[in-house]
Design a binder for this molecule. Structure first.
Ligand code: NAD
Length: 463
């Protein structure tokens, strides 16, 4: 099925590989330009009725959460098969996707009164744009599909959702399940190879583009959206730094840093991608992180014993092995890992690198894999300057015992979110935005409502 909720079908299919085995695990429809036109036309046709009834929309969103929870096991298994992550991480992802439907089902908003005097009442209403394109990467297919589609639907837009060609299967299944919840044309899922994203962004029927992916692709999406000034939300790459202060408890830092660096095989926009540590704590922290890496069981995500799955696809695997080889050639030491594992699948050992500094690619670029560089520093101000000296600005964290001191440094990080003694702690209600090359626009809670609507102001005389 190419388009959940629409009558169009396609015969052409492309292969989807299981990254744990390298074998074909499914086939997805390869949507043509004409079929994409039909999906956008279906979204446009469904829009007038969908935008007109907020209470009905909330009921549909609540029902969608129930339906997704009912199919959680099946969706998690599909996700692990095509993405590689351990089953329990897939189950968490499905649960978060369902929770987002439920959260927005409960969010009501009405006109805002900005003047209410004797003579005039001025109201600001929020109007949806129309068909919204939602483009999703391969690292969190369902979580990001929900993050993009749900606020758009909640505010009265209709959606054309495109998963990555590496991970279309769980998203197509989500579309099939929700075709029984939303009216035809409201939520359309289209799968296809490289060019489909480009065609979708350029499509004249699309009024807003909500894209998550790499910064390089985000830049070309912004350029493609420019000619007809499509509204844009871009959630892009990151190179999150963790700064460990000299009063930190090394064991607690190692425990706190390890999961946000290696969960989902390090393939998270918000993963910790470099750690700055003072000389005095360096060796102990490297040893503690390396010990945890050594204990992680790498394998097929479908095996309950697996702690970390494969890198999702061959191109990303080659990028990760290339960055590690480059770091080793520049004098890095692998305290753990430092090499790929025997395949057929695209497995890489959890890797902790030391002996390197800024200016080496694995420190300066987004590795997006199970590799963590640990970098020494002497002076806290210098560590902060190095953490901030990046074109990316997604998030960061500061680790220490004196919470006021740690917070005062965290507040000076140049990014959208900073944590003290934590990393990747998020709620649906807070704004999520990357600064610099990490994004454009704001999502999360009421910010998502604003970014999927435009204000419409009405001035009414009292008499
Ligand atoms: P990608 O940029 O290659 O692809 C993202 C999506 O865009 C896919 O659906 C892809 O098919 C599509 N696409 C590719 N080229 C396109 C084009 N020219 N026009 C329109 N669409 C196009 O990203 P990826 O490799 O799938 O994902 C990894 C990246 O995503 C990492 O950089 C990661 O940091 C980022 N990411 C960011 C966030 C965030 O919220 N900031 C979250 C998750 C992932």
């Amino acid at each position: 099925m190419t388009m959940a909720g629409s009558p169009v079908r396609t015969e052409a299919l492309f292969d989807v590989l299981d990254p744990a085995t390298g074998e074909v695990c499914g086939r997805a429809p390869d949507c043509t330009g004409e079929q994409l036109d039909a999906a956008v036309a279906a979204a446009a046709g469904a829009w007038p009725a969908w935008r007109s009834d907020a209470a009905y929309r909330r009921r549909c969103l609540a029902e969608a959460a129930v339906v997704l929870r009912g199919a959680a096991g099946e969706l998690a298994a599909l996700l692990t098969m095509e993405q590689g992550k351990p089953l329990r991480e897939s189950a968490t992802e499905v649960a978060r996707a369902a929770a987002r439907f439920e959260y927005f089902a409960g969010l009501e908003y009405g006109p805002q009164v900005v003047e209410d005097g004797d003579e005039w009442r001025v109201e600001v209403h929020r109007r949806p744009f129309g068909p919204v394109a939602a483009l999703v990467p391969w690292n969190l297919p369902l979580q990001l599909a929900a993050a993009k589609a749900v606020p758009a639907l909640a505010t009265g837009n209709t959606v054309v959702l495109k998963p990555s060609p590496h991970t279309p299967l769980a998203t197509l299944e989500l579309g099939r399940l929700l075709a029984g919840v939303f009216p035809p044309g409201v939520l359309n899922v289209v799968s296809g190879r490289a060019d489909l994203g480009r065609l979708l962004v350029r499509h004249p029927g699309i009024r807003k583009v909500n894209f998550t992916g790499s910064t390089a692709t985000g830049q070309s999406v912004a350029a493609a959206a420019a000619p007809d000034l499509k509204r844009l939300t871009l959630e892009l790459g990151g190179n999150d730094a963790a700064i460990v202060l000299d009063d930190a408890d090394v064991e607690r830092v190692a425990e706190g840093v390890f999961a946000p660096a290696f969960a989902n095989c390090g393939q998270l926009c918000l993963a910790i991608k470099r750690v700055y540590v003072p000389d005095a704590l360096h060796d102990d922290l490297v040893a503690a992180l390396a010990a945890r890496a050594g204990q992680l069981t790498v394998g097929n995500g479908a095996d309950p014993a697996t702690g970390m799955g494969p890198v999702n696809n061959r191109a990303q695997f080659e990028r990760v092995t290339g960055l590690v080889a480059d770091a080793l050639a520049h004098g890095a030491r692998a305290a753990a890992g430092g090499h790929a594992l025997d395949g057929p699948g695209t497995f890489h050992a959890p890797t902790v690198l030391d002996g390197l500094t800024d200016g080496v690619r694995v420190v300066d670029e987004e590795q997006f894999g199970p590799v963590l560089p640990v970098i020494r520093y002497r002076d806290t101000e210098d560590a902060l300057a190095r953490a901030n000296n990046s074109p990316y600005g997604l998030a960061g964290s500061v680790w220490g015992t004196d919470l006021d001191r740690a917070a005062s440094i965290a507040e000076r990080m140049e990014c959208g979110t900073a944590w003290v003694n934590a990393h990747i702690r998020m709620t649906f209600t807070e704004p999520f935005a990357g600064s610099k090359w990490s994004g454009l626009g704001v999502s999360g809670g009421e910010w998502s409502l604003h970014s999927h609507t435009e204000p419409f102001v009405v001035h009414r005389p009292k008499k």
